[in-house]
Design a protein around this ligand. Sequence first.
Ligand SMILES: C[S@@+](CC[C@H](N)C(=O)[O-])C[C@H]1O[C@@H](n2cnc3c(N)ncnc32)[C@H](O)[C@@H]1O
Length: 249
Amino acid sequence: MNGWVAVAGLGPGNQALITPEVSAALAAATDVVGYFPYVARLPARPGLVLHPTDNRVELDRATHALQMAAAGHRVVVVSSGDPGVFAMASALFEAVEKGEKGWNRLDIRILPGITAMLAAAARVGAPLGHDFCAINLSDNLKPWALVEKRLRLAAQADFAMAFYNPRSAARPTQFARTLAVLREECRDARPVIFARAVSTAEEAIRVVPLPDALPEMADMRTMVIVGSSTTRLITRDGVPWVYTPRGAA
Ligand SMILES: C[S@@+](CC[C@H](N)C(=O)[O-])C[C@H]1O[C@@H](n2cnc3c(N)ncnc32)[C@H](O)[C@@H]1O
């Protein structure tokens, strides 16, 4: 059995942020599986079969990739950013556990990518320079009460916070609730970074104090980073630098 499956991160958008390891796997692949906008980022070439699918079929997509690898194909499953961050790597292992006996012996590799949180943080300086946490604000796969509990505890523990999936047409109210919870817990004017479409032609970065943050500032292409109580601003022309010092009292 010479097949393999690699779950690879394509980074936040710019081709220059795809790792050489991921590029090598794509060059060796016979098949690419993934959510269609991510598959569309790859150039077609002879000998490579593209399998774009809808976003809501993660487990089916992972199962299909494993079936092809078991049949001898060299399969790359693509995610944006890093495949282990709210993405396909977990779905693949879920499919291994639920799937056919013997899939645990398949050649499976997880190839890291630059996650949106780190690409967004780098644009404004070093807001995640001290302890931080990452929270997926979507309540599609978990109850909202759990999201809110984690938000409150993270704010009370004074973590900087990075929010994935902040707001969508199907979830119009949750991000407003997020901002209300943060204002209640933090009671200060710490910076909030809205980093949209980082590293693409549509990139837009904005930094506002927490009391001025509005739900409309985020959409599904936005990464939101909220500083801790020690996060600082350095003004300059345009978007300020934001950093969190290395030490805390
Ligand atoms: C399902 S998560 C996937 C995260 C991805 N695996 C990663 O590591 O970046 C999708 C969310 O990532 C964030 N995101 C992905 N690409 C982005 C980019 N280029 N700029 C800003 N945020 C991005 C947005 O919050 C979006 O709603």
